[in-house]
Design a binder for this molecule. Structure first.
Ligand SMILES: [Zn+2]
Length: 181
């Protein structure tokens, strides 16, 4: 898909007036050193043999939510925390190459993916971009149902391991309690 001419990504590109450089500054000042220290000597396979799929919502911190330490778990995030083809791809590699066995699918109440429908979003893209995506936006109105669909998708995949344990949850963004889906 050809993208219309637009300013390319670069050091001076800003979104909403906040420069990327804030993060690069934090990285240089403390992030790189802290990360190197935390990951020192750790093997790549997650020690808790667990993978978490969740939404990209900036209020969710999966590390804090589950008390994850470096080296313990894989975390996959996308808009909604839905089980897409690419999530199946990553889960398959996580299980077959890096030894994970448990998957948590965690979506949340009040997700932005419930504020539009796929046809509406595709129409908007067609209007604004002059192109139709070859992927589904994946909007949903019921997070519990969406989690159950995601869990079923993983279970039904021929590529995930039969001994995999999959649990689905919906997160409340006020209490951060997990409700089984
Ligand atoms: Zn969300």
């Amino acid at each position: 898909m050809q993208r219309p001419a637009s300013p390319g990504p670069g050091p001076s590109r800003t979104m909403g007036g906040v420069s990327d450089d804030v993060l690069l500054t934090r990285h240089a000042e403390r992030g790189a050193a802290a990360s190197a220290e935390a990951a020192k000597g750790l093997p790549a396979p997650p020690s808790l043999h667990t993978l978490i799929v969740t939404c990209m919502d900036a209020r969710i911190d999966p590390v804090a939510l589950f008390g994850i330490e470096p080296g313990e778990a894989h975390v996959l995030r996308n808009a909604g925390g839905i089980v897409t083809d690419d999530v199946v791809r990553s889960v398959t590699i996580s299980q077959r190459e890096l030894g994970t066995r448990t998957v948590y699918v965690v979506q949340h109440k009040g997700c932005g993916m419930g504020t539009f429908t796929d046809p509406e979003f595709v129409a908007k893209l067609q209007e604004e971009c002059g192109a139709t995506p070859d992927w589904a936006p994946g909007a949903f109105s019921d997070a519990f149902e969406s989690v159950r669909q995601g869990v079923a998708r993983l279970v039904d995949s021929p590529f995930t391991l039969p001994e995999m344990r999959v649990k689905g949850f919906v997160l409340d963004l006020e209490t951060f309690a997990l409700e089984p889906a």
